[in-house]
Design a binder for this molecule. Structure first.
Ligand SMILES: Nc1ncnc2c1ncn2[C@@H]1O[C@H](COP(=O)(O)OP(=O)(O)OP(=O)(O)O)[C@@H](O)[C@H]1O
Ligand SMILES: [Mg+2]
Length: 253
């Protein structure tokens, strides 16, 4: 097992009287795909929001990136430090090519770094090509997202997150939502390929089939609390997981 790239210690998020994330301590190890599951409203997105610095006034606890305390830092500082995320709703520019979608995402936001981008366009283009290759999107680089399958569109969304910064860990919030079974299987294989190339990722998803198939280790939240953690085999046999998911997606023990 690799060392933890990301760890939380007693991370909690409160919205008024509601404790959306309740004292969660977990680790996501290097070169692994860590799953985060749980029913609707369990706190999965809130957990990602808090870890990536979007809820400074609602959170408390500790977030360690490669062992360094980063709790309280702003989202852009964290993303620059390699804590990269995607959003639950996917936005692509439909009228420009896949390559341009990645290129736009690779431009940086501060004046200093934008100047650097301006001075080094070739480096940016090289990074875009690298990510296109990594995700096997080279063949469709000059096409527009509207011409692609839903699965390919989702993968372009992952690519946009990867080109933006040099990612130490990528947090994906329901990246396979809306895909049918065949597209989900294809998409899962692409995520697995990325992890096998050395990337570290966290996959939030409702689709237990996908999570059990592609993740190395899985955590489950219920009402904000970490109620189960383990390998896919452990989770298949965990009474808490069976209780939470029977009647949801009908996972069998
Ligand atoms: N900004 C907010 N203000 C108040 N309550 C919120 C806010 N964001 C989330 N919540 C509440 O926190 C709880 C956790 O929500 P969250 O969106 O994190 O769940 P989730 O596990 O991502 O659910 P889903 O699977 O539906 O995406 C829910 O009860 C939700 O209503
Ligand atoms: Mg969510």
């Amino acid at each position: 097992m690799g060392d933890p790239v990301l760890a939380t210690r007693s991370l909690s998020v409160r919205f008024g009287g509601l404790v959306a994330v309740d004292d969660v301590s977990l680790e996501c190890r290097r070169g692994r795909l860590t799953g985060l599951i749980g029913p609707n409203g369990a706190g999965k997105t809130t957990f990602i929001d808090a870890v990536t610095g979007f809820l400074p006034n609602n959170s408390k606890g500790s977030v360690l990136l490669e062992g360094e305390e980063v709790f309280g830092r702003s989202p852009h500082v964290l993303s620059h430090a390699g804590l990269t995320r995607t959003w639950q709703t996917l936005e692509l520019f439909d009228d420009i090519t896949v390559r341009s979608n990645l290129d736009v995402a690779s431009r940086r936001l501060t004046v200093g770094s934008a100047l650097l981008d301006y001075l080094r366009p070739r480096q940016r283009a090289a990074r875009v090509n690298e990510v296109l290759d990594l995700l096997n999107l080279g063949d469709i680089a000059e096409r527009q997202p509207r011409e692609l399958s839903q699965g390919q569109r989702k993968l372009v969304g992952v690519g946009r997150a990867l080109v933006a910064e040099s990612s130490k860990i990528l947090l994906l919030d329901e990246p396979a939502a809306g895909l049918d079974k065949a597209e989900t299987d294809w998409f899962g294989a692409q995520l697995r390929h990325l992890v096998d190339q050395g990337y570290t990722m966290v996959l939030v998803d409702h689709d237990m089939g996908l999570v059990l198939n592609v993740c190395d280790y899985i955590h489950m939240l219920v009402f904000g609390q970490l109620t189960a953690s383990g390998t896919p085999d452990d989770m298949r046999n965990d009474p808490e997981v069976i209780a939470a998911y029977l009647g949801h997606s009908g996972v069998e023990p």
